[in-house]
Design a protein around this ligand. Structure first.
Ligand SMILES: [Zn+2]
Length: 264
């Protein structure tokens, strides 16, 4: 009897383990299709709460950069993403499972050119590709997928709903600061850096983006995005250390004629 129990337990744990795109073992209690359902539901909630930008030039610009980065995902993974620009002065950006991206107009104060915006978007896509929200939900909640989904879909802003949406990656909508771990942050930086370079965006601009973020932080009220994405020396140094790996990808892309030209 005890042996059967042990086998069941081991099988459950094995099923709950996954490997991230950079080869890291991760705890994953939720299958991908369930995570996608949660991300889609969370995104719908955010769209109900947050006004969209009506600026056609800004929308076109963000879509241009996002599509260029997404086109570098393997197979058809980059197809069918929904990208929205929210009219919100706070510098913030997020991506959710289920192929959803949200960009605040305020992020354009820090990401001042197409390459820097590609760094932001690449980083956020990195969180989705590495299924960080599933990893975080597995730790943050004991509710099953049905319970989490129900909490998101409930009409009122219950604490469970806010925690679920924050764990998925869009906590700023509710003023909840739930950072990803440092490991997850640097993993997303690595994935995003490769994607932007392959898409023909200058990877060196990723370091400048974080410098800009750091100078925004010198104001009276530090932006929420920086609470979850510290613009630390360590982050900038780690990015700089990877330039030797990604500059060849960038140069190859340029040589093949992949030269995005997204304008506001
Ligand atoms: Zn991040």
């Amino acid at each position: 009897m005890r042996k059967i129990l042990l086998i069941t337990l081991v099988a459950a744990l094995l099923a709950a383990c996954a490997t991230s795109p950079t080869g890291r073992r991760q705890l994953m209690m939720f299958p991908e299709n369930e995570l996608n359902q949660m991300g889609i539901a969370a995104y719908e909630e955010i769209k109900q709460k947050q006004p969209l930008s009506k600026d056609a030039a800004v929308n076109g610009y963000v879509a241009c950069v996002a599509q260029a980065v997404l086109s570098q995902l393997p197979g058809d993974e980059g197809q069918g993403w929904e990208i929205n620009v929210f009219q919100d002065d706070s510098p913030n950006a997020f991506a959710l499972p289920g192929k959803k991206i949200g960009i605040h107009t305020g992020i354009l104060k820090a990401a001042v050119n197409q390459d820097q915006l590609a760094a932001v978007i690449g980083h956020e896509i990195g969180h989705v590709q590495a299924r960080h929200s599933g990893e975080r939900l597995s730790v943050q909640t004991t509710a099953g997928a049905a319970g989490v989904l129900a909490a998101i879909l409930v009409g009122s802003d219950s604490p469970e709903k806010q925690l679920a949406i924050a764990a998925l990656g869009a906590g700023a909508t509710y003023g909840i600061i739930l950072p990803f771990s440092r490991t997850q942050e640097s993993e997303s930086d690595t994935i995003g850096l490769r994607l932007m370079a392959q898409a023909g965006f200058d990877p060196e601009e990723s370091v400048r983006l974080w410098q800009n973020m750091a100078s925004l932080n010198e104001g009276a009220a530090p932006p929420e995005f920086l609470s979850t994405h510290p613009a630390s020396e360590t982050r900038m140094r780690r990015l700089s250390e990877q330039m030797a790996d990604v500059m060849p990808l960038y140069e190859q892309a340029r040589a093949r004629g992949i030269r995005p030209n997204c304008k506001r």
